[in-house]
Design a protein. Structure first.
Length: 156
């Protein structure tokens, strides 16, 4: 942890509190780093996740994207509209079911594959800096447990 990071933690009482206070603090800081790294690619955090989904398989139903990104339909629609205006994706109606909107990559979207991978590598490097391999494995294990706990109790 840098001196600036230590100062930020000391000045942010939430960052030294219980786990439920640390989670949003970590998420906010992580998102800020992602934003700064993605800015040069003209992407906002979350848009790279959509690209990763499409690099894995395309086309995808807009409803499927909304569900997998765990966002509200208007949020997904705005993100897709921005990305479409930027020439990264395109949408079209499914021929078999006109109610379904299919999302695919453009050539420009495919060209972002390696730059986004590089950003994610750098984000990972910054995120786990100073953690031993054992610490990384333990952090991953613990975060998966926390996620499972939160998801299991979400509907209760």
């Amino acid at each position: 942890m840098s001196a600036q990071d230590a100062d930020d933690v000391e000045q942010n009482p939430e960052a030294s509190g219980p786990v439920s206070s640390l989670i949003p603090a970590v998420a906010k800081a992580h998102r800020a780093v992602a934003f700064s790294l993605l800015r040069d690619l003209n992407l906002a955090p979350g848009q790279e996740l959509l690209l990763m989904m499409l690099w894995e398989r395309e086309p995808r139903h807009q409803a499927e994207i909304t569900r997998e990104l765990a966002v509200e339909p208007p949020t997904a629609a705005k993100m897709l509209a921005r990305m479409e205006r930027a020439g990264v994706i395109f949408r079209k109606r499914c021929e078999e079911d006109r109610r379904v909107v299919l999302v695919s990559l453009t050539g420009k979207g495919w060209q972002l594959r390696e730059p986004v991978r590089a950003v994610w590598s750098e984000l990972e490097r910054r995120t786990i800096a100073g953690l031993s391999e054992e610490d990384q494995e333990e952090l991953t294990r613990l975060l998966n447990m926390v996620l499972a706990n939160v998801v299991a109790h979400r509907e209760q």
